[in-house]
Design a binder for this molecule. Sequence first.
Ligand code: NCD
Length: 530
Amino acid sequence: MANVFKGRSLNVIEDFSINERRYLFRKVMELKKAIVCNDEETMSGFRVDDPDFGIYEVFLEDSTRTKESFRNAAKFHHAKVSELMCSSSSINKGESFADTFNMLSGYSNRIFIVRSKVEGLTKWLSEECGEYAVRNALPYKPAFINAGDGKHEHPTQELLDEFTFLEDQDMDFSHIHLALVGDLYHGRTVHSKADGLKVFDSVKVDLIAPEELMMPESYIEIMKENGFEVRIFPSIAEYLASGDVAKMWYFTRPQLERMGERILQKQDILRDAITFKEQFLPLIAPGTKFYHPLPRHKEHPTIPTFLDKTELNGWERQAINGMYVRMVLLSLIAGKVGSDYEGCAEDVKDYRSEEYIISVKPQDNVRKEKNYSEGVRPIENGIVIDHICKGDSPSEIRNHMRLISSVLNLDESKGGEWVSRGSDGKYKGIIFRPGDYELSRKDLKRLAAVAPHCTLNIVRNSKVESKFRTHMPPRIYNFSDLSCKNEACISNPCNGEGVPAVFFRTQDDKYRCAYCGKVHSFKEIWNKRG
Ligand code: NCD
């Protein structure tokens, strides 16, 4: 059977389906047992055992556990293990990430493990280096593993966290009740949990953090969409007073290096709310376990060191599990294990099949369309865009019409824009432009992307010659005047990497950046004009 894992990249936890992750966890269980019992035969079934198989670590941000557990996992495979000396690489001479990684791909490196402040970097590199591999007839397409990208995701930490929770509940996938405590705003390990915890059939998450460190609303939304029960508490003390307390607690450290001045000034008060104290001990149930992705601060640990020798300590085994999980992940991506996986590859959504520009039958005469005669002389030749932003306020509609006009490059010196109120009391915008407009398919796509739910009338000789209705496109891409508004994103122009922006429509009709996951409204994705 074909191995569905071979050559895959892991940029975000959702890149592996729930069934694929469950399969991985069972394999980790198997390998961990084999290593503990020194069962060489089972171990060799996981080993890549190829001195030319290149596994390359590139850590552009500090790391101890992730980097070293990956390095040790890679060495288990008897593979070629290398590390880029980032502080002395040509990245510091202004070389793009694409050029750096393309070149490394050519040196027989098949798996890259990358940590960076730049969000979405590995997704971009997997696309870019895939094309490089084809151009240069390399016998493989390199795979990328995101070892933490800014505040975005940390999918391999998520895998090892989930594995440890599962180990502690005898591989029972049916339910988890987990408290997330600490810096939920900046911590990428907890952001990965919004999709990661879907491996459990039912999920209850308690978020414990003062407002300044609370989980961003966008991740809370994802958790709710995923059917999780979510509760919010400002401090551990208030959580314990609630009476319904999880037996699994996941702590994260305050990420001082990512905080702005305003929050840093309050760090002592904020830390106090998320630090476990001795007087809390009688309030927690027997069998409770604490976890932490680590590191913890030597002077201000949120899990104090006096707890190390107690039954609460789940974080030490969690860190050790990191190596086993990463060994198996490398085995899967190398194609050494995984051919007995029985689930099929996930269905890939075909975006081409969704029609969002619908041609409708025109009314016979433009003069009969009463909206077009409101305050203007009917046009003989030109375009009329109607039903713009129906329901918004007049000033919002006016701003939006300005955006449409500039995105479509409509001649501002002719025609006009109107806001009118329908019989239902709702406002809507109308743009009139006389002239000989020839709109291409690409222009229509731009119109749908900047003015969904509107009607475009193309008028010739006072007749509506053709008429289209626009809907929200399933993805918006391939226009040079789009950009993701997250400055940490690889596709944001301030990073200078020339990555074209790509957005996918969300369940609630917003647009999510394909690289960093930031959610925008369809109006926000266009570059500022004029
Ligand atoms: C985490 C990280 O880098 O995101 N650490 C880790 O990978 N073990 C958490 C942290 O830095 O606080």
